[in-house]
Ligand binder design. Structure first.
Ligand SMILES: [Zn+2]
Length: 130
């Protein structure tokens, strides 16, 4: 078999395989970084192999499902990061209290002394120093 035939056969085999998506990119790049570190070499290689395998996979519905789960997880992390950043920005102006009854987080302006805080969610009242 000559080279042209070989290439044709190769591209025929992969013609309806799943392509590179964001999840695979993260796996391959993250895996490459992990494989450069001493204690995560095996994990890094596993990530890279999994990322490449996903790219060549022909089970598209399952890969889309994985991508969807990954995007959902990624978005929740981004959202948490932004929330954290916002509360960090306003840390000098507000103090966060946690309701002892329902664990709802309550934001109170700082430097108002000893105050009675009433929970917006469950109505419980407790003392706090802002
Ligand atoms: Zn409460």
């Amino acid at each position: 078999m000559n080279l042209k035939n070989y290439i044709n056969k190769f591209s025929y085999y992969f013609k309806d395989s799943y392509s590179v998506d964001r999840f695979s990119k993260y796996l391959i790049v993250g895996g490459a970084i992990l494989s450069a570190l001493r204690y995560t070499v095996i994990l890094g290689y596993a990530f890279v192999v999994y990322g490449i395998w996903r790219t060549l996979s022909k089970n598209k519905p399952k890969r889309y499902k994985e991508l969807y789960a990954f995007e959902k997880y990624r978005n929740s992390i981004i959202q948490k990061f932004y929330l954290f950043r916002e509360s960090f920005k306003h840390r000098s102006k507000y103090k966060i209290f946690k309701c002892p009854n329902c664990s709802q987080k309550l934001r109170v302006p700082r430097h108002t002394g000893k105050i009675i805080i009433s929970c917006k969610k469950c109505g419980a009242e407790f003392r706090g120093k802002s």
